[in-house]
Design a protein around this ligand. Structure first.
Ligand SMILES: Cc1cc2nc3c(=O)[nH]c(=O)nc-3n(C[C@H](O)[C@H](O)[C@H](O)COP(=O)(O)O)c2cc1C
Length: 243
């Protein structure tokens, strides 16, 4: 199985999203997958201009020459594509949205009806990977992912694909926190992510039991809020002291 991750965090390898992706991929490799981890922040991706050249003038090929030329075949050549993104304003990052808009050349202009009778564009189903999402956010509750949950289900429908795994982590900022109190919960969570990677490769999904564990808070909400407030207080104080 070939897995390709597109990570839309502007923080790239320094980000909390990357901590999640890295552990998941470790597990996936352990189960025999071949993996590639792409940071969109390191790529040149212009926004879609809406010219429809990819449908009308040069079918399947975008009018813009940039790094999407190399990224599209990578997505189409993988068995599983993972959209990895932090939550920005309740949504994916701008980097990720730019990338997703530029996937338009992979679909045809023609319509078809899905099983529920709703229109979507035709797509060459031999080039459609299965999809998964990995995301984290700054607020502690899992409810902040409501928009992403719907969004990625819609994207899977639009692409005639299947969303095989959804990993959402509220309170994700502790994943890159080096302080003592976050060490154990993060280590435990990374082990769960490794297991998730393994399950997706071996079973094609995350089992209900593991999904439940993945959804649990890493630390108590009170501890998280207190930690975040202290962090910002100290950071602001440091800047103030330098003035
Ligand atoms: C522009 C911006 C918007 C954000 N919006 C949200 C949000 O709507 N909800 C939330 O819980 N966290 C929000 N966050 C916090 C990020 O999701 C959080 O810092 C996350 O850990 C970043 O992941 P990364 O380190 O992989 O980039 C936002 C951060 C930024 C910079």
């Amino acid at each position: 199985m070939k897995i390709t991750v597109f990570n839309g965090s502007p923080q790239a390898e320094r980000g909390n999203t990357h901590v999640m992706v890295e552990a998941f991929l470790e597990g996936a490799r352990r189960a025999g997958a071949e993996t590639e981890n792409i940071f969109l922040a390191h790529k040149k991706i212009h926004f879609c201009m809406g010219c429809f050249s990819c449908w009308l003038k040069t079918p399947g090929k975008c009018a813009i020459r940039d790094d999407m030329d190399e990224l599209l075949p990578k997505m189409q050549g993988s068995d599983l594509t993972i959209f990895a993104t932090p939550l920005y304003v309740d949504n994916v990052t701008g980097l990720m949205k730019n990338f997703m808009d530029r996937l338009v050349p992979t679909v045809d202009p023609y319509f078809e009806k899905d099983a529920g009778g709703e229109c979507r564009h035709l797509i060459d189903k031999t080039k459609v990977p299965k999809l998964a999402v990995i995301s984290n956010c700054g607020f502690p509750e899992q409810s902040h992912f409501q928009v992403l949950k719907l969004l990625f289900r819609r994207i899977a429908r639009n692409m005639s694909s299947e969303l095989v795994a959804e990993i959402y982590r509220g309170g994700g900022t502790i994943l890159t926190d080096k302080s003592f109190w976050s060490w154990f919960p993060v280590r435990r969570y990374k082990n769960l992510l490794r297991k998730a990677g393994e399950e997706v490769v071996k079973l094609g999904k995350i089992t209900g039991e593991l999904q439940k564990e993945l959804e649990k808070p890493l630390i108590s909400e009170e501890q998280y809020i207190k930690g975040a407030e202290n962090y910002f207080k100290k950071a602001l104080q440091k800047i103030e002291n330098k003035k």
